[in-house]
Design a protein around this ligand. Structure first.
Ligand SMILES: NC(=O)c1ccc[n+]([C@@H]2O[C@H](COP(=O)([O-])OP(=O)(O)OC[C@H]3O[C@@H](n4cnc5c(N)ncnc54)[C@H](OP(=O)(O)O)[C@@H]3O)[C@@H](O)[C@H]2O)c1
Length: 278
């Protein structure tokens, strides 16, 4: 069956690769981005298979309008990909409420806005897939990543709960957790940095920022292969709740789970000692 995909952040990076992979598979794609012309420049003119739309995911009215336009052209949304996102890199103490609001507006509330808009039609259809693009940073906290990680951990909790809420309607939710992939993610035009430096953090900030700069363009993950994996998962009868992408992420998640198991075991007696004797 020819599926209809609705993808956010499809102007470049992973979102553009997913759109291209779905088009190559013969599916229909609603490709959205903050600037419609950037989406068209990357994916080509609209056709029987493709509709490009302007959508800043932080704007709930735009999300509603984009879903409306998608339904007008294709009549359904079978696969929703909440992909739009960026990383704010900074130590928590150096961030501001505005930084937090911006990070969450895109990475978390953006997903809420688009999901609120698309869910009614997907629920009515009683079938469909939702891919929420999280990150290894959605499982693992790291220095400079307090806001980014917080937004992705929140996305994980939301997605895991949503999966249970919509399963009775035949909808599957998959959380996508990539390690480092070679997109524009680490480029200065995608990353954001705070503007409130604190001298005590200068040395570590300098070293960590330099290490991110060095990693830009060297990430081992291939966005084309990740896109192909998602196209494959979209037609799996029982897709996973979590899809970890790339060896770095697989190894890091293995290590985190082992450490959690060890800590759980070590503190087991104290943990269960808090049970009441009512
Ligand atoms: N690449 C990695 O290593 C990696 C690892 C883990 C997770 N991820 C996640 O993968 C997703 C895609 O990132 P990427 O690697 O493809 O990065 P990217 O190359 O920088 O692309 C990011 C995309 O998100 C869009 N975007 C940002 N804010 C938006 C907003 N408010 N509304 C709509 N679109 C918005 C950008 O649009 P513009 O062109 O308009 O800026 C762009 O299309 C993100 O959620 C990211 O957190 C990436």
């Amino acid at each position: 069956m020819q599926a209809t995909w609705f993808i956010t952040g499809a102007s470049r990076g992973l979102g553009a690769n997913i759109a291209e992979a779905a088009l190559r598979a013969g599916d229909r794609v609603v490709a959205t981005g903050r600037k419609r012309e950037d989406v068209s420049a990357r994916l080509g003119h609209d056709s029987e298979q493709l509709l490009s739309l302007a959508l800043d995911v932080a704007d709930p009215a735009q999300a509603q309008a984009a879903v409306g336009a998608a339904l007008k052209k294709f009549g359904a949304i079978d696969v929703l990909v909440n992909n739009a996102g960026y990383g704010h890199l900074g130590f928590f103490e150096e961030t501001t409420l505005q930084d937090v609001q911006a990070q969450f507006s895109t990475n978390l509330f953006g997903t809420f806005n688009v999901t609120w808009a698309a869910l009614p039609v997907m629920r009515s259809a009683r079938r469909g897939r939702i891919f929420n693009v999280s990150s290894l940073a959605g499982i693992l906290g790291a220095e400079l990543c307090s806001l980014y990680s917080a937004s992705k951990f929140a996305l994980e909790g939301f997605s895991e709960s949503l999966a249970k809420e919509v399963a009775p309607f035949g909808l599957h939710v998959t959380i996508v957790e990539p390690g480092p992939f070679r997109t524009d993610f680490l480029k200065p035009e995608s990353l954001r940095f705070g503007d409130k430096p604190i001298a005590d953090y200068d040395e570590r900030r300098g070293k960590l920022r330099a290490s991110f700069e060095e990693r830009n363009g060297q990430q081992p993950g291939d966005p084309l292969k990740l896109a192909q994996a998602l196209v494959k998962l979209a037609s799996e009868p029982e897709p996973p709740l979590r899809f970890i992408a790339g060896s770095i992420a697989v190894n890091a998640v293995d290590a985190k789970l082992a450490a959690m198991q060890a800590e759980l075991k070590r503190w087991h007696a104290t943990s269960v000692s808090t049970d009441g004797t009512y």
